[in-house]
Design a protein around this ligand. Sequence first.
Ligand code: COA
Length: 692
Amino acid sequence: MSVTVSREGSVAFVTVNNPPVNAIGRAVRAGLMDALDAVENAVGLSLVVLSGAGRCFAAGADAKEFDAPLQGPHLPDIIARIETCDVPWVAAVTGAALGGGCELALGCRYRIASPSAQIGLPEVTLGVIPGAGGTQRLPRLVGIKTALELIATGKAVSAGRAEEIGLIDSVADDPVEGASRLDIEMVERGRSIASLPQPAANAKAVEAARALIRKKMPHQIAPERAIDLIEKSAHVSLSEGLAAERAAFLELREASQSSALRHVFFSERAARMPEPLRGQDAALEVITVAGGGTMGAGIAYALLNKGSEVTLLEADMDGVEKANANVEKIIAASVKRGLIDEGAAEACCQRLMVTTDYSAASQSTLAIEAAFESLAVKQSIFADLEMHLPKSAVLATNTSYLDVDALAAGVSDPSRVIGLHFFAPAHIMKLLEIVRGENTSDAALATGFALAKRLGKIPVVSGVCDGFIGNRILARYREAADTLLMEGATPWEIDAAMTGFGYVMGPYEAQDLSGLDIAHANRRRQDAERDPERRYISIADRMVALGRLGRKTGVGWYRYPDSGGKVEDPIVAELAVEAARLAKVERKEYPADEIRERLLMAMINEAADILGEGIARQASDIDLVTIHGYGFPRWRGGLLHYADRIGVDSVLNSLMRFETEDRVAWRPGQVIVDCIGRGIALSEWRAAPFLK
Ligand code: COA
């Protein structure tokens, strides 16, 4: 039973029971309607206590149902009946009351929550707006300004804050028990939100919310619509406001942004420990990190912050000093930003030991090497780690490009070796590529997933190849951009085309931020194995030769004056003209649409090869990599979700058009051709099972 009804004296208890989070699907809605019938037909009831079984009150509408046609009974009708019921309803909230869960509570006469409850209307994060009264009842209860704060960005609030703003009436350790002991007369006297006066208009707050949304959630439709509706609540009757809200909700539910955001929400959850690995335990209390540079220090801090003891190994005392300083800097910055308090900072310092002595790592169950990007250096560290760590310990490398199998070959038991590719800054970026080598054991892989869970990161498994999933796609993105640069576009036109698509930064601004020298060193490493048929564009090499390494040198693709900001630099165009002259290419203008098409198609084509080679196990993993590691707009659902939306046949058409210019760079991937042949989307394409 999704909803149960019981009775003690004059109090009825209606309990939503739909594990794990009491999502309000059709069965729950039908159960609530039955409960309303039961309550209305009962004699001698004075109070109804509505609660959720398990860890949530209710996590909102069942978002899995959004792909199917609407099915009654509908939540707005249920809430209207609760609101007008002769017997007053009290919401007893434990855990999350989100979306429709919060709206159910708003239909009740009184709200009481446990101290750890989280209450909010996060619909905009799934591309929709509250569709069962949230945008109209909440402003009536807490005012326009506070309603905007909650609904426009979708941030939930704690029980304490909810009480402060008047969203709930009281806090109790056991809200169900607390609700049943409420003074019934007081609850009866309490008015339903529907009978509260209209909220006062607040044009200033509305304008501020719009400005915030344009900055924080640009391109997204739902937050703007939510603001419109909240503003409207001050000017129209409740019934008119509810009708407008419902119409907007139904429209957005069908729109591509909501479909994309739901896809990402469920992909993130599906990416966690894969089914065959579940139940494998991994102890992560004591961990070694080898190398305390920017990356190693970030990884060490991420681990310390989650309670692990960390031995940070360095090659010499100078390295120890620098590593200590690097970690301390991150801890201090976290305190300054209010992410941790002084006590937590002190505890982090106590759990850290920085040393040159590898024997200090003897208790570690996992070692993560984060040293200089050189196979020889990493092999030597692995040899030392192997000597000092328990034989069962997992040995991980944080390489971004190097061959994990070559590294594993130097270890007597290569099954213990995995890649753990963190993204800088390692304590902030959400993505963790877990690289599965030829011989990596399931236990080692499970350790990677367990680590991701502990650190709150999104894990994606990648096979071994140059650059793994993310950097391999990035290389094609940059190649396509450099080709356009040579053929006539400017870096700023290319950057603007991609920010227009939804990236926060275009490829050239991003390179300036990370430094042109890193990609340059990588290109030199690839020189020996580069396909001689493939056109090589050397503009970036010339930039490095001129000392234009990006922000750190004050000049890169752009100039960064001391006074701040960035300015376009004509010298870059001169380098591009020179490259075109040498390559005998005629330069022309490229409109933004064409720039976007070329850059996206280059990435999609590479991603299809990555799928075909079994480097990624599914398209949604590539979506997560592009969103969480490379700034692909979340509301577009990730690279391959986007490809499926425009259609695989349309992707093939573009590739074939470009192939006439360069048959090596634009040859359509086999998976794209296969998908069309089989009539399936890229999201339906499956690599061979990834577990041995
Ligand atoms: N609809 C359908 N399924 C949902 C859901 C929803 N609104 N909210 C959560 N789930 C599912 C998850 O997909 C997951 O399924 P899985 O175990 O098969 O992977 C399961 O419930 C548990 O969710 P998870 O996020 O892993 O649990 P958590 O304890 O970390 O977080 C919540 C719980 C409620 C905070 C979180 O799930 C959440 O924010 N949900 C969405 C709330 C929302 O946006 N509601 C508005 C809907 S329009």
